[in-house]
Design a protein around this ligand. Sequence first.
Ligand code: URA
Length: 198
Amino acid sequence: MEQMEGRCVTDCERCPALVESRSRIVNGTGPADADLLFLGEGPGANEDEQGEPFVGRSGTVLDDALRDVGLARADVRITNCVRCRPPENRDPTKEELANCRGYLERELELVDPEIIVTLGKVPSEHLLDRSVAVTKEAGSVVDARIGESSRRVLVCVHPAATLYDRSQKETFEETIRKAAELSGAGEGSSGQSRLGDY
Ligand code: URA
């Protein structure tokens, strides 16, 4: 049985391995009409436990970078490509990504963000439908066809990458700054998106 109420999936058993490994479905959080939406890969252990995306160490890195540009978690929408925790934190399979795609497209349609920031390789490749070298492409804005709409996607390294490789920290923080500016949400922003600058 599959059920979606607004932006939230309440019931789904499409992916047998994920149904087995999850303790709950982790839906997106944040304003229903956020200008800025962050897309991760899928819930990890902390997210599965707490029922919210990016609440572990990666979440702290994201929260810190948001704070540095004058934003709080409550100002942005945060969601994942798949809503159930893959076993042993493996990447979601192509099939699992496809099974969850409709839910993501529905959420994007309803929230209708100005900018989608893809956090890491899996979400970047999922939305752009090609291979993406995230470290090289971080900070670039790409138009992607998602469902019925064309959407602006800003490629970003995964926050966890900054924990293993300090040189990625700057790349990550610069991309978050750009995200805030593009969406018109950040500190010092005129309130208007300045997409033409990029
Ligand atoms: N990493 C992700 O990609 N998503 C989360 O929700 C947490 C960590």
